[in-house]
Design a protein around this ligand. Structure first.
Ligand SMILES: NC(=O)c1ccc[n+]([C@@H]2O[C@H](COP(=O)([O-])OP(=O)(O)OC[C@H]3O[C@@H](n4cnc5c(N)ncnc54)[C@H](O)[C@@H]3O)[C@@H](O)[C@H]2O)c1
Length: 452
């Protein structure tokens, strides 16, 4: 703990220096002192490798261990680490539970978990128990029990958990968050969001390349088709709610003066995945006989304690261009992501939309103004840089992250609750209060700053 405190002191000084340097390069972002955050990455598939690429550019992080059960992924990660001129990390992955040996290492301060969903909570709980600062990919949990496991483990161990929800850092989302915090929309009333992404070519492949070919999944597939598609086969639920609901929850301070109270969910029939298999593999392909449980469009309405509603859509099995479909609406006006438009009463032409561009430029978030240029290459239009930056900076100081165990639980709880509601003809389902009453006095996170 002592060395951690010294480390924090030193890096804080170095960090203060950084803000004076003009024309930051990616690596200059961070401290020049010798002590680095010792990071392990569990799961170096597509997402974990993206995180690896980003941390290899930082001077304040050393990757001391990696773990993956796929030797090909380990090989690729080691190559990248070598090419970056970094020390060879310790390698794990001999079995499904080899990550537990990684967690015993003393030279690991923090871990990033980018594995299939069913591993998330188990690995995060073990990591917190081992005293590691834990970063967890989305979604965090699959069942209500898992949601509670995250909260309970955080509380009993004191270890922090950060949900690595990158969409909270999207440039337009952050500009709108800035507008919300400056009260441009007035009192908040209604939100829309979702995950509307044609994933048919991700859910199926030929077992050789990740995207675009074949109709195999499970044991015969690779990458996400190996594990993700099974959830569509067996669950009629919004299985991926956090990209949409995370940014909205930040805007209306969920778990910090507000909370999710209840939801209702409805699902359409599911025809998209079956049609895709028939069109691309033929009607006699064995997978054409499967009945996918997941409805193609799942619509959930959440009510909050402060009287807002949030409509969350999961739409991943039909042909469509990508959109998270955001809408943020308050007493004075609204922003709509689809159509890229804004209306603010008294400032916009009455009953006419403004193009959102000017507004988003005017309210560009301080973080994007400062780091926008160097963030852009980091993946997903730059937001991956910011989420990793927030993780590393929070871990270095060992302080509560922007998106914590309570957020991970409340946002992920949409999956089991939507499933129960759909199963019961849209019956309302109550959210547990994961904060055990403390949402009333927890202070909103300070999103509007230019550090992380
Ligand atoms: N935030 C985002 O924008 C974003 C984007 C893509 C994926 N994701 C999330 O990241 C996670 C990983 O997705 P992905 O696309 O990288 O999938 P992937 O299948 O490419 O990678 C998962 C990796 O985990 C490894 N793995 C599986 N079980 C393991 C175990 N027991 N121990 C160690 N390694 C194990 C696999 O071998 C694989 O390499 C998922 O939760 C997904 O939802 C988030």
């Amino acid at each position: 703990m002592n060395s951690r405190r010294n480390f924090v002191k030193k890096t804080a000084l170095a960090g203060a220096g950084v803000s004076l340097i003009p024309n930051l390069s990616f690596g200059a972002l961070t401290s020049t002192n010798q002590q680095k955050l010792k990071l392990a990455i569990i799961g170096v598939g597509l997402r974990g490798t993206n995180h690896l690429n980003n941390v290899l550019l930082r001077k304040d992080v050393e990757v001391t261990a990696i773990c993956d059960i796929d030797p090909k992924r380990i090989e690729l990660a080691l190559e990248k680490i070598k090419d970056a001129g970094s020390n060879k990390p310790k390698v794990f992955g001999n079995s499904d539970y080899d990550y537990r040996n990684l967690l015993e290492l003393k030279d690991v301060d923090a871990v990033v978990i980018s594995t299939p969903w069913l591993w998330h909570t188990r690995m995060a709980v073990d990591a917190m128990k081992a005293g590691k600062y834990t970063g967890l990919e989305v979604s965090a949990a699959n069942t209500m029990e898992e949601c509670w496991d995250l909260v309970n483990t955080h509380e009993t161990t004191g270890s922090h958990l950060m949900l690595l929800e990158n969409v909270n850092y999207r440039r337009d989302v952050m500009a709108v968050l800035n507008m919300v915090k400056q009260n441009v929309f007035g009192e908040l009333v209604h939100f829309r969001c979702g995950y509307q992404h044609d994933l048919r070519f991700v859910k199926f492949n030929d077992g050789k390349s990740a995207y675009g070919k074949g109709v195999e999944f499970g044991e015969k597939g690779i990458s996400e088709s190996k594990w993700r598609t099974q959830h569509s086969l067996l669950r009629n639920a919004d299985v991926y709610p956090t990209h949409g609901v995370g940014p909205m929850a930040a805007m209306c301070d969920v778990n910090r003066g507000n909370r999710f109270m209840s939801l209702t969910s409805h699902a359409t029939k599911g025809i998209g995945l079956h049609n895709y298999i028939v069109d691309n593999g033929g009607k006699d392909h064995p997978n054409a006989k499967l009945k996918f449980k997941q409805g193609d469009v799942i619509t959930t309405t959440i009510e909050t304690a402060n009287g807002e509603t949030i409509i969350v859509t999961h739409d991943c099995n039909l042909p469509r261009p990508y959109s998270l479909g955001f809408r943020v609406q308050g007493a004075n006006g609204l922003w709509e992501d689809d159509g890229k438009r804004m209306y603010i009463e008294g400032q916009s032409n009455p009953h006419h939309w403004d193009s959102a561009d000017e507004w988003l430029k005017k309210y560009d978030h301080p973080l994007w103004q400062k780091y926008g240029e160097l963030a852009t290459g980091a993946g997903h239009g730059g937001m991956d840089f910011f989420v990793m930056n927030a993780f590393v900076e929070s871990a270095k100081e060992n302080i509560a992250p922007p998106m914590d165990a309570y957020d991970a639980a409340a946002w992920s709880a949409i999956t089991p609750l939507s499933e129960a509601s759909i199963e019961n003809n849209g019956e309302p389902q109550d959210f547990p209060d994961f904060t055990r009453g403390t949402w009333v006095k927890r202070k909103p996170y300070n999103w509007i700053k230019d550090t992380y």
